[in-house]
Design a protein around this ligand. Structure first.
Ligand code: BG6
Length: 479
């Protein structure tokens, strides 16, 4: 065997966005209302905490279409209308892939119609054609933190089994419609992130369940079954499709070398691997069954579900990595959101600690466990950028963050991991999923809007634009 150096020749370089955070046009062309459409901007927000996560009915109805609030994603960054402008700039940077999502509510506005919305289907054909023009490979997420609001009200989201067929029908339409335009599909964004982005992903209202944690895992089980069915269908529609699952990296480190910290770390990490184990290895691992039993979680799992899960595993793993966390047995339990800060790391205003080695370790560990092709589907640095008078943005902190993380990825590749793409989050500023701000900026391209959607909407290249262009041009050698 030869020593490996650098990135593979055909490595895909790009960036990632989600429909609800950039498209805007929330009521246009027949689009229905989604869970993301009721996320308001709250000016007094605590940036270190999420307030739109585990919702009860009271909060849900307060947020739903309330004129007192401003909802930034209703306008987004007008990607729905301006995608051509954005793509021209991504092309200028040399992008070879672009991860995006399709809004379920553009295709089935309420989620349970008999026929899809033709206008919605047409729109994404146009988007894919534009990407094709530039030779940019689309990587498409079918469900990225938005589902028809109607399905929350009617079924309490994914806690109901009905969601399986409704979602599979939606995915079947996508697979058939875009079978010659899209090869890479990610069925559900960050399927493991139930402690953080729970409402957007599962659409379950807390007070409408008897046992909330059980309802969440039941929802996850339904998503596993739906994903397996989607993979099964995909194989018959186009054998060249590459079907993926996605995990938000929640692998943690022990706060100290105290054996109890180390044990807790192992237990916590296993409950993250659980999601990959089911979708990649095709089985519910025994440790998860033990965990459910100890935590009074009783799932309705049918024998045919397990057969489907076993048979229709995914082809690749997409990982998002932003920051790392620690756990201490003195302070933390098993809840994935329950962590302590790492005293060796600096964090941004949102408390996201910068740890490039974490990316190297985590990708290496996923590779060692699963041995399937992987990609980075998200990695980025949210910051309150300053637009200078000459319209420049000097985001050296972002260049530093991204450069170190891409180098860490390179190390994992050189060690043997099969990683085929890197998508930073997000190539142009978009609305934050966690806090609905645009001022948590990630882009190489500055979008001149503030948190109330005011501004010229002009697009300006940040310093990182030129930097990433060079990284792509040299296939990572400029780092
Ligand atoms: C990921 C999500 O968890 O984190 C994205 O998939 C999200 O949708 C990203 O935007 C960054 O989070 P935030 O809250 O900074 O937008």
């Amino acid at each position: 065997k030869q020593v490996r150096k650098g990135f593979p020749k055909d490595f895909l370089w790009g960036g990632a966005v989600a429909a609800n955070q950039c498209e805007g046009a929330w009521k246009e062309a027949g689009k229905g209302m989604s869970t993301a459409d009721i996320h308001p901007y709250l000016p007094n927000l605590n940036r270190k905490e999420l307030d739109f996560n585990h919702l009860d009915s009271e909060t849900f109805y307060r947020f739903k279409d309330n004129e007192e609030y401003y909802y930034p994603n209703h306008k987004g960054v007008e990607f729905y209308h301006r995608y051509k402008e954005y793509f021209a700039l991504l092309h200028e940077m040399g992008f070879t892939c672009f991860r995006m999502s399709i809004a379920w509510t553009r295709i089935f506005p309420n989620g349970d119609e008999k026929e899809p919305n033709v206008e919605g289907l047409k729109h994404y054909h146009e988007v894919f054609q534009e990407l094709k023009k530039y030779g940019i490979e689309p990587i498409v997420t079918m469900s990225h933190y938005e589902m028809p609001l109607h399905l929350v009200e009617k079924y309490n989201g994914w806690s109901s089994r009905e969601l399986v067929d409704l979602f599979v029908k939606y995915c079947e339409v996508l697979l058939k419609e875009y079978k010659d335009e899209v090869t890479y599909w990610i069925v559900i964004n960050q399927i493991n992130l139930i402690q953080y982005e729970c409402f957007g992903s599962l659409g379950i209202l807390k007070d409408k369940t008897e046992n909330y944690l059980q309802a969440q895992y039941q929802g996850i089980h339904h998503q596993f079954v739906a994903s397996a069915k989607v993979v099964e269908l995909a194989r018959t529609i186009n054998p060249n499709f590459k079907m993926g699952t996605m995990l938000a990296d929640c692998i943690i480190n022990p706060f100290t070398c105290h054996p109890k910290d180390v044990e807790l770390t192992m237990r916590r990490n296993r409950m993250q691997y659980f999601f990959g184990d089911v979708q990649i290895l095709g089985e519910y691992p025994q440790f998860a069954i033990q965990y459910f039993n100890e935590n009074n979680i009783h799932l309705d799992i049918q024998a045919t579900d397990l057969e489907l899960i076993k048979k229709h595993t995914v082809d690749f793993l997409c990982v998002s990595y932003y920051y790392s966390r620690c756990v201490s047995h003195e302070k933390n339990g098993m809840d994935a959101a329950d962590t302590v800060d790492n005293p060796y790391l600096k964090a941004n205003e949102w408390g996201w600690a910068i740890n490039p080695q974490g990316l190297y370790c985590t990708m290496s560990q996923y590779w060692d466990r699963y041995h399937i092709p992987m990609m980075i589907g998200e990695n980025g640095f949210g910051y309150v950028d300053v637009l200078e008078e000459d319209h420049s943005v000097h985001d050296d902190y972002r260049i530093d963050y991204l450069g170190k993380h891409i180098r860490a990825l390179q190390m994992a590749i050189e060690d043997g991991a099969d990683i085929f793409a890197y998508c930073s989050w997000a190539p142009f500023d978009i609305i934050s999923a966690g806090t609905a701000e645009i001022s948590k900026r990630y882009g190489y391209i500055y979008v001149d809007y503030d948190d109330y959607g005011k501004g010229s909407g002009a697009l300006y290249k940040k310093d990182s634009f030129y930097w990433y262009k060079k990284v792509i041009e040299t296939n990572g050698e400029s780092l």
